[in-house]
Write a protein that binds this ligand. Structure first.
Ligand code: EPZ
Length: 438
């Protein structure tokens, strides 16, 4: 049965919710546990689909897993890692991008790996060329097969030099997870340095890795022979926290996000304040609210850390439809992340998308055939509509739009949202939203 949510919009979201560990960190730390010769314990783990997929893939490889979902504690015992049956792995094809990160750890443990075709949001081509080039430079042999990749390391994995043409989060993680036990020194230049990457480095360091991060995005890793398990508390999900903040703005509400961590959200908080949102930080979280009056339009350009995160823009765009004047958005990380605006236009938003780079930076997508800039003119009254969730962050922005709109909306395909937003229906109920699963 298709997962449909009926939403009665037009009411402010008010109340408090709790955000747990970051979707874009927790599954990577789970993969890192494969490298340990002893068990690991991960705390602050959310109940989201990506955690389930990676748990399944780890279990297929012989890792014993116990997940205390209430406490958010995951115990992983990798002492009996073994080759998995390709057919079983295949069953997980298309469900996540994380499996590609199993390559390095499985090569170290087993000398070979079979990786299913990847999934992930349809927001661009999502190539893995950086990943495969990096693995080859360590000495791996990559065999592209019909429904996945078979990878071996006949002469072991040796430290190497990796230069990333773009600070790719996944390719940086690929390099770190392979270099930590490779033979010799690895130098990675052009690395991503997102807080989730730095927390993965914390985990690897706890396991016994030797790594340095320089001011010029260069990470140097000295391979070691053995790594132990780790105990770690995951950093909170700054994308989920920012999504609820945007929901408070768009619905003229007031939401306390317990677990939100200011240092990871500095750029978002600056932007939130410039748009006219109010926030207050305390030791347990951040309160976000609409203080009344008009919201202000802004020029918004997404970028890698410490810039404005690409995953923050879709929910915030809904709030910008309520700002008085013209806002300009330039998405520079993904080439095809503005498709979600068509449903907002159907609901009454005034948004025009462009192929040109409308912002300070000329980016990789300028003068190619990608609509990656937008002009949002507001404020416009949003009215309910029947809409289909396109991807994870676009899906959450549709929820916000339906909650901000006057009247009833039917939002289809909402299960996609549980990939990255733990118990979001319970949270909406806590925030007094009028929603009903059909
Ligand atoms: C991670 O994706 C996140 N996902 C994304 O979050 C996030 O938007 C992205 O990093 C950027 O911060 C997870 O961590 C699971 P990239 P990833 O490699 O690693 C190009 C969400 O909604 N590229 O940093 O796949 C790529 O096409 C998701 O939570 C190559 O060209 O992103 C893109 O233009 C969406 N070749 C750019 O780099 C490659 O081999 C950034 O991608 C790899 C990437």
């Amino acid at each position: 049965m298709e997962s449909i949510l009926r939403v009665d919009g037009g009411k402010p979201l008010t109340g408090d919710i709790f955000v747990r560990g970051a979707k874009n960190f927790v599954p990577k730390a789970m993969v890192a546990s494969l490298l340990g010769s002893s068990p690991s314990k991960l705390r602050n783990v959310p109940q989201i689909r990506d955690v389930d997929v990676v748990s399944e893939l780890l279990s297929l490889h012989g890792v014993q897993i116990n997940f205390d979902q209430g406490a958010g504690v995951l115990d992983l015992n990798p002492e009996n890692v073994e080759i998995a049956h390709v057919a079983d792995i295949d069953a997980l094809a298309g469900s996540s991008r994380i499996p590609i990160l199993f390559c390095g750890p499985l090569l170290h443990r087993l000398g070979e790996a079979f990786i299913p075709d990847l999934g992930g949001c349809n927001i661009g081509g999502r190539p893995i060329d950086f990943h495969l080039d990096t693995l080859r430079s360590f000495g791996a042999v990559v065999d592209k097969q019909e429904n996945g990749i078979h990878i071996t390391a006949p002469n072991g994995l040796r430290g190497t030099q990796v230069h990333l043409p773009y600070p790719s989060v996944g390719a940086t993680e690929q390099t770190l997870l392979t270099a930590v036990m490779a033979d010799g020194l690895t130098e990675l230049t052009g690395a991503a340095i997102e807080p989730e990457i730095m927390d993965l480095i914390n985990v690897l360091q706890k396991m016994g890795a030797i790594m340095s991060v320089d001011t010029d995005r260069t990470i140097r890793i000295e391979g070691v022979k053995e790594l132990s398990g780790f105990t770690h508390t995951a950093l909170p999900d700054r994308i989920e926290a920012a999504s609820w903040a945007s929901a408070a703005l768009a619905t003229r509400g007031d939401i306390y996000v317990r677990g939100a961590h200011q240092p990871d959200m500095t750029t978002f908080l600056n932007t939130f304040r410039k748009v006219g949102g109010a926030f207050r930080v305390d030791d347990e979280g951040i309160r976000f609210w609409h203080p009344g009056g008009d919201l202000k339009p802004i020029v918004l350009e997404t970028n890698v850390h410490p810039g404005f995160m690409t995953d923050w823009q879709q929910p915030l765009v809904v709030a910008l439809t309520q700002a008085t004047g013209l806002s300009i958005l330039h998405e520079t990380v993904y080439e095809n992340r503005l498709g979600f605006t068509s449903a907002l236009i159907e609901m009454g938003a005034n948004i025009q998308v462009y192929r040109e780079c409308l912002g300070g930076l000329r980016c990789r997508f300028g003068q190619r055939n990608f609509n990656h800039s937008a002009v949002i003119s507001g404020p416009t009254k949003l009215h309910g509509a029947n809409i289909e969730v396109p991807d994870l962050r676009g899906g959450f922005s549709y929820l916000i739009a339906a909650l901000a709109a006057e009247g009833e909306s039917m939002v289809r395909g909402i299960d996609v949202i549980s990939r990255g937003y733990e118990h979001f229906l319970n949270k909406l109920a806590r925030l007094d939203a009028s929603v009903e699963r059909c």
